[in-house]
Design a protein around this ligand. Sequence first.
Ligand code: NAP
Length: 453
Amino acid sequence: MDATNPATGEQIESYEEHSASDVDDALDGAADAFEDWRDRPLRERTGLLADAAEVLRENRDDYAETMTREMGKPISQARDEVEKCAWACDHYAEHASEYLAPEGHPSPPEAEVRTVYEPLGPVLAVMPWNFPFWQVFRFAAPYLTAGNVGLLKHASNVPECAIAIEEVFEEAGYPDDVFQSLLVGSDLVDGILEDDRVRAATLTGSGPAGRSVASTAGEQLKKTVLELGGSDPFVVLDDADVAAAAETGAWARNLNSGQSCIAAKRFVVHTDVYDEFLDRFVEEVESLTVGDPMDEDTDVGPQAREGLLEDLHEQVSESVDAGAEVLTGGEPMDREGAFYPPTVLVDVPEGCPADSEEVFGPAAAVYEVDDEAAAIEKANDTEFGLGASVWTEDRDRGERVARRIDAGCTYVNQLVKSDPRVPFGGVKDSGYGRELSGAGIREFVNRKTVWVE
Ligand code: NAP
């Protein structure tokens, strides 16, 4: 398994993949660890989670550099990501007991009936490279605290991150094998999922990977949570603060070098403010600094792998061949590394890649619509349903429009973001299940009814 720096193309390190027998040992370890871990008092598990938050903060700069080296995230965003992981740990350390408190039910006078939340066992987590720390802590903080144990199969291009995350839990003092990283390719996932020692799976990644894991888990009747791709609309209505929408929109598309599931990808703009928005948006996009991701001032770094840049450029080129016009960007940059400039497309024809596929890089499609109804229709004209952002000075109107968009989360006058306090997840081809908040920690538990009389 090779770690390659996408800003330079240089190989950083090569790791030997875990063999079938290593995986078998890991599953044994996970099953044994679960028997002890599930019985530890919740207060002990939350205490260890708070310690994990401290380890993250103490080593923030090292972890950030590991991410930036391996997948090219601008360093300031990588540091923010580590801080956010610590925040998620703090959040569950503080709130897990309330989220997992038994729930009482109406019952006959002689009985007491409650739902209690018990862990399921070893959970397999198949994770992507784009937020290589955050995606993992988003599952590990709640699920471990609920008493499950974790087996991480991270993306093959971020093995150093996978190893560093395992070390966070070790350093925090977690018992052996409560969290393990398996350095394996995706070809081993089905076998691991079919193993009786694994009780459930969560996957964050693309639709094909999600379908594959869901189908194997379905055969085994194992619970899954799927956090898949998105093509989020960013709707600018006629009464929006256009300057704020353009500024936030440029950032919402280009954060993490455009490689975010909840990036704003399709900008749906009311005709009355279309020209003004477009001028401001292009200006904002062009003002972003593209460069070495280790530089403090860099806003947009390289794409995480050379092949991803090629896929992105193919989507842009095919869209242009179909009739889209490039207002800025549109060609790979003439420099070392997998750099693609922030790109804006207009006159995007229906059904071309920029319109109908997930564009996982810094290329925005902008549409002009005649009215609110047409904006809602265009926002929903996608197979995805992850997030949506709506811009209007009228909060009631914003909420009304937001509620008519088919998505797992909708934000008014704000970019779509994940927050440990708030449920996160998608509908349609963006997946199912929720992470974060109380909803997240209760995904991988047995909601057991206990009737006592
Ligand atoms: P990906 O190719 O689907 O990979 C994600 C993970 O799945 C990796 O660990 C990968 O392993 C594994 N995988 C790939 N094919 C598999 C298969 N057939 N069976 C089992 N596992 C498989 O996705 P990516 O390119 O890393 O990530 C980008 C995608 O993730 C985008 O679509 C993005 O929108 C989505 N995403 C969604 C969210 C969300 O919260 N909804 C968050 C972040 C990203 P290998 O690396 O070994 O191939």
